[in-house]
Design a protein around this ligand. Structure first.
Ligand SMILES: Cc1cc2nc3c(=O)[nH]c(=O)nc-3n(C[C@H](O)[C@H](O)[C@H](O)COP(=O)(O)OP(=O)(O)OC[C@H]3O[C@@H](n4cnc5c(N)ncnc54)[C@H](O)[C@@H]3O)c2cc1C
Length: 337
C-alpha cells in the first residue's frame, strides 16, 4: 500500500451500514488499483457504529480513513464536502469514486469544485488506459465511460491534467465481489477541522420510504416491453412471474405509459439487474434496456420479430406471440411440478 496515489472510495452509509454501491465500488477499485500498481483505501465519515470499518477488507480495502465528529453523524452537504476535501488533500489519492446516489451527487461536485479537479457523473464502466492529446501521451489515466447524447453514443471521458480523477457510478452497475481470503483494513483515525459554522443543518428525523419491489435482489425477473403492454399480455407476464416466484420488470416505454410503476424499470435510467433468469417479453432489446440486464445469468427472449436485437444477447430465443408462448411456458412448468 502506497502512502499517496491510491484509489479511494467514499463509503456511504444506510442505517449505519455501508451502502451496497460503496461495496460495489470497492470491488471495482481493487481492479483499478491493480492496474495502477497502488492500493485501495476508503473514506468513512461519521458513522461506523454498526460495523467494524476494518471489515471493508473483505472487499479489498487496505486502509480506511475514519473521521468521527458529531457534525458527521448523518449526511449533510457542507460538513461532508469539507471533511472529504481535507481527507483527499491529506492522502492524495489519484482516483476517488462515489456512488451516483443522492448523497454522492451532492457531495462529489462540491469536492471536485473545491479541489479544481475533473468529475464524471453516472459512469457505467471505469478502466485504466492511455490517452493521447495534442502530441502528449498520458499513461495510467482513468477512463470514465458513460452513455452520452441521450444514450446514442458511449463516451470515454478523461481528466489527465488534474488530480484526483473523480467519478460517480450508479448502484448495481459494478458487480460486488467479496474476497475468499482477506485481511482487515488498517483503520486510521483523522481529526478534521470542522467548526460550528460548518454544521448549518440540523436533521430532526429521517423517514424511510419502503421499496415496493427490490429489483436488484430478484433472482427471477419476467419483463414486459411494448410488445406485452396490452392487458392480456401483461396479465400473462404477471402470471408467469408468480408461477416462477419472480418479480415483474418493464422497459421504459411501458413505465412512461403508466402501465407499470417506475420501480420496475430495467435499463440505463432504471435499475441494473443481474438475476439468475431474465425473461424479456416483447422487448426489442435497445442498448438502453440491455445496459440494465445484459449480465443476467440466463436470458430468455420472446418476440414476434426474429431480427429483434434482444436475440443477440439471449441464451434462449423464442419467436412468437407473448400471450401464446407464456401460456405454453406456464403449462410446461406446472406439468413438471
Ligand atoms: C437516454 C435514454 C435512456 C433510456 N433508458 C431506458 C431504460 O432504462 N430502459 C429501457 O427499457 N429503455 C430505455 N430507453 C428507451 C430505449 O431506447 C427503447 O426505446 C426501449 O427500450 C424500447 O422498449 P421496448 O423494447 O419495450 O419497445 P419497442 O422498441 O417498441 O419494442 C417492442 C418489441 O415487441 C415486439 N412485439 C410486438 N408485439 C409482440 C407480441 N405480440 N409478442 C412478442 N413480441 C412482440 C416487437 O417485435 C418489438 O421488438 C432509453 C432511451 C434513452 C434515449
Amino acid at each position: 500500500m502506497q502512502e499517496r496515489g491510491n484509489v479511494m472510495v467514499f463509503i456511504e452509509h444506510r442505517d449505519g451500514m455501508p451502502a451496497e454501491v460503496s461495496l460495489e465500488l470497492l470491488s471495482k477499485a481493487r481492479e483499478l488499483a491493480a492496474a495502477l500498481g497502488v492500493g485501495v483505501e476508503a473514506a468513512v465519515l461519521g458513522a461506523g457504529d454498526g460495523y467494524d470499518p476494518g471489515s471493508l477488507g473483505r472487499y479489498g480495502c487496505e486502509r480506511v480513513v475514519l473521521v468521527q465528529h458529531p457534525g458527521l453523524e448523518r449526511f449533510t452537504s457542507v460538513p461532508y464536502a469539507k471533511t472529504l476535501t481535507q481527507v483527499i488533500q491529506r492522502y492524495e489519492p489519484q482516483v476517488v469514486l462515489f456512488g451516483a446516489t443522492t448523497t454522492g451527487r451532492d457531495v462529489a461536485p462540491r469536492v471536485a469544485s473545491e479541489l479544481q479537479c475533473g468529475l464524471t457523473a453516472d459512469c457505467t464502466d471505469l478502466q485504466i488506459g492511455e490517452h493521447k492529446a495534442k502530441g502528449t501521451v498520458y499513461t495510467n489515466v482513468l477512463l470514465q465511460i458513460r452513455p452520452a447524447f441521450g444514450g446514442n453514443i458511449v463516451a470515454t471521458i478523461v481528466s489527465p491534467d488534474s488530480r484526483p480523477s473523480m467519478a460517480t457510478v450508479r448502484e448495481g452497475v459494478m458487480p460486488r465481489r467479496e474476497l475468499d481470503s482477506w485481511q482487515p483494513a488498517q483503520v486510521v483515525k483523522e481529526d478534521i477541522d470542522l467548526g460550528e459554522g460548518d454544521v448549518l443543518t440540523e436533521i430532526l428525523d429521517v423517514v424511510h420510504k419502503e421499496k415496493a419491489v427490490d429489483m436488484k435482489k430478484a433472482k427471477i425477473i419476467v419483463s414486459a416491453g411494448m410488445g406485452a403492454a396490452d392487458p392480456q399480455s401483461l396479465e400473462a407476464v404477471h402470471e408467469l412471474a408468480a408461477a416462477l416466484g419472480g418479480v415483474v420488470g418493464a422497459s421504459r416505454p411501458v413505465v412512461d405509459a403508466g402501465i407499470v410503476p417506475k420501480e420496475h424499470q430495467v435499463g440505463q435510467t432504471g435499475t441494473t439487474v443481474r438475476p439468475n433468469l431474465y425473461i424479456a417479453c416483447g422487448i426489442s432489446g435497445q442498448i438502453q434496456h440491455r445496459a440494465g440486464m445484459s449480465e443476467s445469468k440466463r436470458i430468455v427472449a420472446i418476440n414476434t420479430d426474429p431480427a429483434a436485437p434482444i436475440f443477440d444477447i439471449a441464451h434462449y430465443g423464442i419467436v412468437g406471440d407473448v400471450k401464446q408462448v407464456i401460456q405454453h411456458m406456464i403449462k410446461a412448468y406446472k406439468d413438471k411440478e
